[in-house]
Structures are given as C-alpha cells and as structure tokens.
Design a protein. Structure first.
Length: 439
C-alpha cells in the first residue's frame, strides 16, 4: 500500500466520522425545529379559527341546532379542524372520516383516528373547543424531504473534501517523489551526495541522513579500495622475492641453497607482518567493535604493550609508572590502546639503535599520556609530517610503513592525540588517550 493511499484512508476515515457526526447532530436539530414549527402551525391555525368565530354571528341567533360552516375557517390544506361545544357537540369540522377527534384535554396530543396516527392541538375559547390536527405520516414525509434536501449538500461537501484530501496529499508528497526519482536515476555505484532542491524542512533531515549514509558508504568503499591497492602493491615484492629465492634453492645445493631458503623465509615473515598490519588498519578504520567489556588500567596497558613489543625482545625498554597508574582506567578499548602503544615501541626499538627505549606514563586531567622516547639520530623536521602516512619509510627501515598509520587511525577513532618531537638526542612521541576514574 502506497503512502498516499494509506494517508488518504486515515484522513478520509477521520473526515467521514467527523462529517457523519456533524450531519447527524445537524439533522437531529433540524428535525426538532421542523416538528416544533409544525406544532406552532397547529397553534396558529387554532387561534386563527378562534378569531374567525368571534367575527361570526352567535349560534343562538340561528337556533340551538345551528352549526358553523367549515369553509368559513380557511384551514390550510392537509390540516383537520374541529369545533365543538363544551357539551361535546361538533359545531364544525372539515374532517371527512367517521371518527371524531378527542378534544377533552387541552394542548398537544398524539391520537389514532380511523387507524391513522394524528398530532392534535386543542384550544379552549369561550364556550367552544377548537382542535387542529395533521397526520404523522404527512409530517414524516415532509420531514424526510427536508432532511434529504439538507443531506445532499453535506454529502457533496464530504465527497469534495475527500477529493481535495487525495489531491492535497499528492501535492504534499511530491517532494518525496522527487527524492525517489533522483535516487532512481543514480548509477548503482554512485556515492555522491543527493541534490534535491525545494524540499520542505521536514524532509531536510531525511536528505541529510541519506547523504551521510552515502558518505559512509563512500568511505567504506575507499577503505576497501585502498586495502586492495596497498595489499597488491606491498605484497608483490615479497612474493617475487620468495619465488626467486625458492627457484635459486631448487637449482642449487649446499650453503647457497640454505641461504636462499633463509631469505625466502624472511620474505614470508615480512609478508605475514604486512598482512597483519593491513588487516589491523582495515579493522581500525572500519566499523568493527573492539569492546570486550573489560576495563584495563594505564599500568596494565603499558605492561602488556612492553611484553608484546619487539617480538618478545623487550629488554631495552625502560618502563616508568607513577603510583596512580593502577587506579586510572582508559576510556577506550584495551586492544586498541595496547596495539597503538606496541607499534610506537616497535618503531622506537627499530630506529633507536642499540640504546634503551623509555616508556613513561603521564597523568593529566581526563587523559593518560604515554611518552615513548628513543636515543636514535632523530628525524628531520620536514619528515615529521610524513610519519603517519601509509608505507612511508625513513631511510633503510625494515618495517612495512604501517605502524604509525595504525596509531594515527586509533587516535582518530578514540578521540586521542599523537605528537612528535624530534631532537638531536632522539625522537619523542606522546600518545594521549581519554581516561576514566574508578573501575
């Protein structure tokens, strides 16, 4: 069911209910007013007959058996009139049936005369009683004709309202139709923002949300493309080297063969590290969750990173922890914090020569800082901006060029910060991450 039909049914049902209730109220009030008007006609006719009787000569002048002529009263067509004396003698009547109207009680009454229901009004005037009446059947017929005449405009107004609701909904939903047509005309691989002008304010959030979705899809596709390109670019050389060394090992013997196999194994290790780093980077830049429900203190993260750094060779790392490090917990997933700090330590161990690497945990308001310092030659000022670029290597570095790019991605994901300070006595890297107090 389309939105237009759905809204039309809802609004149309509401219109019908309201119009039916209003029409029933109006017709009920109209019926009451009409019945009251017909009763007042009976009263007016009775009083008119009384006035005419006053203008006629007294009956005593003509004898006790004299009667009035009904034609003298000018009673409206369709209405019966009966004049009786106080003794019950009918003095005049235009009622053609055999039964007489009961006029013993003054006022309005409903009575059956010759099998028909009549509405009567009796009026005492001097020594006569005047009774006027009309049939209920005629009253109801008049009532139905009037109600039918009044119902026709109501029905036409209701149908017109429903038609206007249908047309109005079509006009009101036109911006949605334009959005639909714009989406339908797009290419399947298009992720550009949707441009639809003239949208009402209620649809602007929908358009903005749609464009944000396209933006996220575009970013996901870009990450996938970069991962594919990076993997193809970085793995080509190790694979070629491994293949070459294996071919050399197949064609030679002795020390040359062993050396070729050793080089092939080193190439496989390098390719394995590169793949791990690429997958880690893709996970960090993606939407996968690293939350495991376990909170780790700054001390636990630092000790775990030191233990994992250097492929297990962490004897050159000096760890400095303040006492409060055991009470401060990180406001980010522990796996990401450990991975970022481990990459910083690996980078320092690789470029710091044979000298020790220092890791100092610093506490600040709402943040935990991890200062990693090596005692290598440092890095030129112009190269600092390239440190977090993918596959950028300094000098003859044996790394894959992804370690600091992963740290930067973790920092951006977890609202942290990463600062580099190169001096003559080595490189200092400050990693700051959000902290929370308590367990």
């Amino acid at each position: 069911m389309s939105l237009r039909v759905r809204l039309s049914l809802i609004l149309g049902s509401a219109f019908i209910i309201i119009w039916v209730l209003a029409a029933a109220w109006m017709l009920r009030d109209l019926r009451q007013q009409m019945m009251f008007s017909l009763d007042q006609r009976l009263v007016a006719s009775a009083r008119m007959v009384a006035g005419l009787i006053d203008q006629l000569p007294p009956l005593t002048a003509k004898g006790e058996e004299a009667h009035f002529s009904a034609d003298q009263f000018s009673v409206p067509d369709g209405m019966a009139c009966q004049v009786t004396s106080l003794r019950g003698e009918i003095l005049a009547s235009n009622h053609k049936h055999d039964g007489a109207m009961d006029d013993q009680q003054s006022g309005f009454r409903d009575q059956t005369i010759d099998g028909a229901l009549w509405r009567t009004f009796t009026y005492n005037h001097g020594d006569v009683r005047i009774t006027t009446a009309d049939r209920h059947m005629e009253r109801e017929a008049l009532n139905q004709s009037i109600l039918l005449a009044a119902s026709a405009p109501v029905l036409m107004a209701l149908l017109g309202s429903l038609g206007l609701v249908w047309i109005g909904l079509g006009k009101g939903l036109e911006p949605l139709n334009r959005m639909r047509d714009a989406l339908r005309r797009r290419r399947a691989d298009s992720v550009e923002p949707l441009q639809v002008s003239g949208l009402p304010s209620e649809l602007q959030p929908l358009l903005e949300t749609q464009n944000q979705l396209f933006l996220r899809i575009g970013q996901a596709l870009e990450r996938e493309r970069r991962l594919t390109d990076d993997a193809a670019h970085e793995l080509r050389s190790p694979l070629t080297a491994i293949k070459t060394h294996l071919q050399v090992a197949r064609m030679t013997d002795g020390a040359v063969r062993e050396q070729a196999l050793e080089h092939a194994e080193q190439g496989a290790d390098r390719m394995h590290r590169t793949l791990e780093q690429l997958l880690m980077l893709a996970r960090v830049e993606g939407s996968l969750s690293f939350e495991d429900g376990v909170q780790c203190s700054a001390e636990q993260v630092a000790r775990q990173a030191v233990q994992d750094a250097g492929g297990g060779d962490n004897r050159r790392i000096v760890l400095r922890l303040p006492e409060e490090a055991t009470q401060i917990y990180l406001g980010m997933p522990a796996p990401l914090a450990v991975a970022a700090l481990r990459n910083l330590l690996d980078n320092a161990l690789r470029h710091g020569g044979d000298r020790e690497v220092e890791l100092e945990v610093q506490m600040a308001a709402g943040q935990v800082g991890f200062m990693v310092r090596d005692h290598g030659p440092g890095i030129a000022e112009g190269d600092l901006q390239h440190l977090t670029e993918r596959f950028w290597r300094h000098g003859q570095s044996g790394g894959c060029g992804l370690g600091l790019a992963i740290v930067q991605a973790i920092v951006q994901r977890c609202a942290g910060s990463l600062k580099f300070d190169s001096r003559s006595d080595g490189l200092r890297v400050l990693l700051q991450v959000p902290a929370r107090s308590g367990h």
